[in-house]
Design a protein around this ligand. Structure first.
Ligand SMILES: Cc1cc2nc3c(=O)[nH]c(=O)nc-3n(C[C@H](O)[C@H](O)[C@H](O)COP(=O)(O)OP(=O)(O)OC[C@H]3O[C@@H](n4cnc5c(N)ncnc54)[C@H](O)[C@@H]3O)c2cc1C
Length: 332
């Protein structure tokens, strides 16, 4: 595969979440070449970043599927057409050049495409930082847990009081040596049932507590993370052993540069018509980022919208092509 600087494809997909990955499969099924760009280092969008270990119950054909396994299946399905993945790259500007489009990535590489499908979900999501964790990312501080196995036998401190924080403590409990949840208030944003489950499991929950320092194995800010210092209201300082701190403090999301692409955007979503076309020629949108009356943001709807968008893109690229793709069950 050439470097992005030389890349030219039929369809460029912005966002490697479930919708973008299914769009990549569908583009290949329609005989179109494709590239998929995502600012995150791994494919799977919200599923990979926020709930890879959770079971999903409303994807057609799967009574229950773990987030990570759904993404694996989507990658395998798209993989038969060898998409070019440009991961860890942000889509910045979109220019119309002749009857095609040129998308510039951070770093300046340009990808040329006959059509663009925006599947940017809720946009780029940036985790809210843990103030005391400055400088510790990659040395023991994480915001997401892509694979639980990496924490086997560790002491883990999860900071936060929302659903994600409780999801992580429950998922880590059977694997880690110790798991502690630290929250700065006595009340939680998380659903009562999941809080109860964590308490019943015997997970230590420390409330009214702030993380004041992270320390390395040499007792300083250097080296690998070894311990976490807390300031607990009413009882003062406590130091916990921790090789990993999960800062589950929520995230901010923003469409960022996409806001400047000349599209109709309202409340962080791009207006599309029933063909998933945006206000801009040969630019389509699908999944969480696409808006129309009655829209429901779900993985299942994103899949249908990706198929609609790509079939319409196929016709926009080649007006002689049929909109209806034929049945995949007839393809060899
Ligand atoms: C905790 C949780 C549980 C959920 N459970 C369910 C469930 O049970 N069932 C269900 O149907 N849905 C569920 N959802 C919602 C579901 O995850 C979303 O509907 C789905 O992920 C949308 O997919 P998408 O591909 O449209 O967008 P996303 O998954 O958001 O992916 C968009 C991708 O675009 C990338 N991107 C954005 N802007 C740029 C840019 N400028 N350049 C490059 N890349 C960019 C992002 O990094 C991201 O990876 C849940 C969501 C959460 C947070």
């Amino acid at each position: 595969m050439g470097s992005p600087a030389e890349l030219s494809v039929d369809v460029l997909i912005v966002g490697a979440g479930p919708t973008g990955l299914f769009g990549a499969y569908y583009a290949g099924f329609r005989g179109l070449s494709m590239a998929v760009v995502d600012s995150l280092p791994e494919a799977g969008g919200q599923v990979t970043a926020m709930y890879p270990e959770k079971m999903i119950f409303d994807v057609a054909g799967f009574p229950a599927v773990r987030g990570r396994d759904l993404v694996k299946g989507l990658l395998e399905q798209a993989g038969q057409w060898n998409p070019t993945y440009l991961l860890g790259r942000k889509a910045e500007t979109l220019e119309t050049v002749g009857d095609g489009l040129e998308l510039t990535l951070d770093g300046g590489d340009v990808v040329r495409a006959k059509a663009v499908l925006i599947t940017a979900g809720i946009g780029e999501f940036t985790p809210r930082p843990l103030p005391a964790g400055d400088g510790w990312l990659g040395r023991g501080l994480v915001h997401f847990i892509p694979a639980l196995d990496a924490y086997a036998g560790q002491d883990v401190v999860v900071v936060g009081g929302g659903d994600s924080a409780f999801d992580w403590v429950l998922a880590l409990h059977p694997i880690a040596r110790s798991v502690t949840l630290v929250h700065r208030r006595a009340k939680f944003r998380a659903a009562e049932s999941i809080v109860r489950q964590a308490r019943e499991t015997g997970i230590r929950i420390i409330t009214d507590a702030e993380v004041t320092a992270l320390r390395g194995d040499d007792g300083t800010g250097e080296g690998r993370l070894a311990e976490v210092e807390l300031d607990i209201k009413g009882s003062g300082r406590e130091v916990l052993p921790a090789q990993t701190v999960v800062a589950a403090l929520g995230f901010t999301a923003s469409l960022g540069p996409i806001e400047d692409w000349g599209l109709q955007i309202h409340q962080r979503a791009i207006a599309v018509d029933s063909t998933m076309a945006t206000a801009r020629e040969r630019v389509y949108a699908a999944g969480d980022v696409a808006a129309y009356p009655g829209k429901v943001k779900l993985i299942a709807t994103g899949f249908g919208e990706a198929a609609t968008a790509i079939n319409n893109i196929a016709v926009s690229i080649d007006p002689a092509a049929h909109l209806f793709p034929g049945h995949s069950s007839n393809a060899e």
